[in-house]
Design a protein around this ligand. Structure first.
Ligand code: KG4
Ligand code: ZN
Length: 376
């Protein structure tokens, strides 16, 4: 039952989804298909990126982000409806990212979605941002062969999930420090490449020598004492494995910082040579991708999964995509990755995750609040 006791239709539903957790204002229209294998159809997917605004500051400025969401949200929603050939009266529900993210940014989407749901008397569906990244895989490829392992790699998260039934996500590994995307952004800053770092390092890495610098591949071991309990639920992985599936990227970032400091310490050569920058980018990227894939494939083998998914902003990375597919082909494991438009933040994925919740009967009350952090 939704707020005000609105019943959810048994007929295929069309919903509007809104995502404002960080620096993209996004809206999408998603419809149910009635086909259990490919359950959702994406009718429009609009993203207004604020990257140009934050680039000047070298990263996302939360206050500027919230203000820009306010400016953009009406136009983005109107665009999403127009592209879908729909209007507000066609909507059976409104979905919104509740968290995690920047709370001021999230609030813009949550307030907008609430007003819309109230005005049209339709259910409001709260969505976890990472559930969105996971379900972007199903939106694009249809239901994954289960059990599946899904790696979500974004600017805020590097988390590995085990999925045994649709919509239930069990966290088995996560970063102990920086997220992979965060490492990309910080290394890009060190190299003077601007924000966001992922796309520019990805492009530059293609021109560099990925063996020029022997950065260490970060590895967690069972002897690591920074965390008392392993991330994976007890019994899921063998004892020797359960701490190894966590990730760490801050040491790698420090190793890059050290190389940059060494190379620029001579006052006669205070700037990095462009070829050196490309070599550092390529070497850094090789190590990030290897660290992500080693752990993920190792866990996938132990868990005996039937498919592997990789999603989130960093899944747009050309080397990660190519290497994951090559490794999957080698071991006979189907690998699913969203298309680029669904890798980085978007509202289509929020619409997909919302459809699961809608059909599970989960809707929000009018006191729904944005949450900077929340469990999945
Ligand atoms: O999922 P996302 O759009 O936002 C968050 O939920 O954080 O991910 C953004 C992150 C940024 O750190 C960005 O640098 C990274 O994804 N990213 C990439 C690429 N495109 C975006 N990282 C590596 N290679 C890329 N091509
Ligand atoms: Zn994201």
């Amino acid at each position: 039952m939704s707020p005000e006791g609105k019943l959810i239709s048994r007929e295929p539903v069309t919903l509007l989804a809104i995502e404002t957790s960080c620096d993209e204002t996004a809206a999408a229209v998603v419809s149910e298909t009635g086909d259990p294998v490919r359950p959702w159809h994406l009718r429009s997917n609009i993203v207004a990126s604020q990257a140009a605004i934050h680039r000047e500051w070298g990263g996302v400025v939360p206050e500027l982000a919230s203000r820009q969401h306010l400016r953009d949200i009406c136009g983005v929603v109107e665009d999403a409806l127009a592209k879908a050939g729909a209007d507000f009266n066609d909507l059976g529900a409104v979905a919104v990212t509740q968290g995690p993210g920047l709370v001021g940014s999230l609030l813009v989407g949550v307030s907008f979605a609430k007003s819309l749901a109230w005005t049209y008397g339709i259910p409001l569906i709260p969505v976890h941002h990472l559930a969105g990244h996971i379900e972007s895989l199903v939106l694009e490829h249809g239901e994954l062969p289960l059990p599946a392992a899904v790696l979500v790699v974004s600017g805020g998260h590097t988390s590995l999930y085990f999925i045994t039934e649709p919509g239930r996500y069990s966290l088995i590994g996560r970063t102990r420090d920086d997220a992979a995307g965060e490492a990309y952004d910080k290394v890009a800053k060190l190299l003077g490449l601007g924000y966001p770092g992922g796309p520019v390092i990805d492009k530059l890495a293609k021109t560099g020598n990925d063996r020029a610098f022997a950065f260490p591949v970060p590895r967690m071991t069972h002897a690591d004492r920074n965390q008392r309990e392993p991330t994976a639920p007890s019994g899921l992985l063998p004892k020797s494995m359960e701490r190894r599936v966590d990730f760490s990227f801050s040491g790698l970032k420090t190793a890059v910082a050290r190389v940059v400091a060494e190379r620029t310490s001579d006052p006669r050569t205070p700037m990095l040579d462009p070829r050196e920058v490309a070599d550092i980018a390529a070497s850094f990227q090789r190590v990030v991708v290897q660290a992500l894939l080693d752990r993920t494939f190792e866990a996938a083998a132990w868990l005996g999964v039937k498919s592997l998914g990789i999603s989130g902003g960093v899944s747009a990375n050309s080397r990660l995509r190519a290497d994951a597919e090559a490794r999957g082909a080698k071991v006979g494991l189907p690998v699913f990755i969203p298309p680029l438009a669904l890798s980085t933040d978007n509202a289509a994925m929020i619409g997909a995750a919302a459809m699961r919740k809608l059909r599970a009967g989960v809707t929000a009350d009018w006191d729904l609040n944005a949450l900077a952090s929340m469990p999945l």
